[in-house]
Design a protein around this ligand. Structure first.
Ligand SMILES: [Zn+2]
Length: 195
């Protein structure tokens, strides 16, 4: 009986510890890989998804939002993404034939056998409507392009999905949810693991 009680306490302590340490819930892309140096240049193609283009500010909102990672420099570009060639490029108007169905956006990373990332490209599913921090007409059934692209740039720099609900790297997000614009402790821990 006594041995059984000790075991039960041990399990409870582990559960408590796990709950207090959500920073351990992130994952890194496998195999582990990172850019050789920072800041990592990420460019946003100037043609946005039609729902966040130009006047709606989706391109400029994305350029600003992805700086949340701290290790990223960002700008616009008139050059479309070229898979396998730097710089890292975000396409807001193109699904790259990889992001369909319930996928909002997806990231491809290229890396050498030494596990140094040399290119990453982000594609966006144009079947959905998006809003941005630059839009002023409210949100109804739209997905937040700022937060989505902060999430995707997490993949660009080498981070995988997190099991922490509320973390930017959690694998799903609801319409009109803006929480992914800001990093949680779990996201920052993942970045600090790599850089
Ligand atoms: Zn993801």
């Amino acid at each position: 009986m006594k041995k059984h009680n000790i075991l039960a306490l041990g399990i409870a302590a582990i559960l408590t510890l796990a709950a207090a340490e959500p920073a351990m819930a992130y994952t890194l892309l496998s195999p582990r890989r990172a850019w050789a140096s920072t800041p990592i240049a990420v460019r946003v193609y100037t043609t946005g998804n039609s729902t966040v283009n130009d006047g709606s500010g989706g391109v400029s909102a994305t350029v600003s939002a992805i700086k949340a990672w701290g290790v990223v420099s960002s700008s616009t570009t008139s050059q479309q993404a070229v898979r396998g060639s730097a710089p890292a490029t975000i396409m807001l108007n193109n699904n790259g034939k990889i992001c369909t169905g319930s996928c909002l956006a997806a990231t491809l990373t290229g890396y050498y056998s030494g596990n140094t990332i040399y290119d990453a490209d982000v594609y966006t599913n144009t079947r959905y409507s998006y809003t941005s921090s630059k839009e002023t007409d409210g949100c109804s059934g739209e997905f937040d392009i700022d937060g989505i692209m902060v999430h995707e740039v997490g993949h660009v720099i080498g981070i995988g999905h997190s099991s922490v609900s509320g973390a930017t790297m959690y694998p799903s997000v609801a319409a009109c949810n803006y929480n992914n614009r800001t990093l949680e402790n779990d996201d920052t821990a993942a970045k600090n693991d790599l850089y």
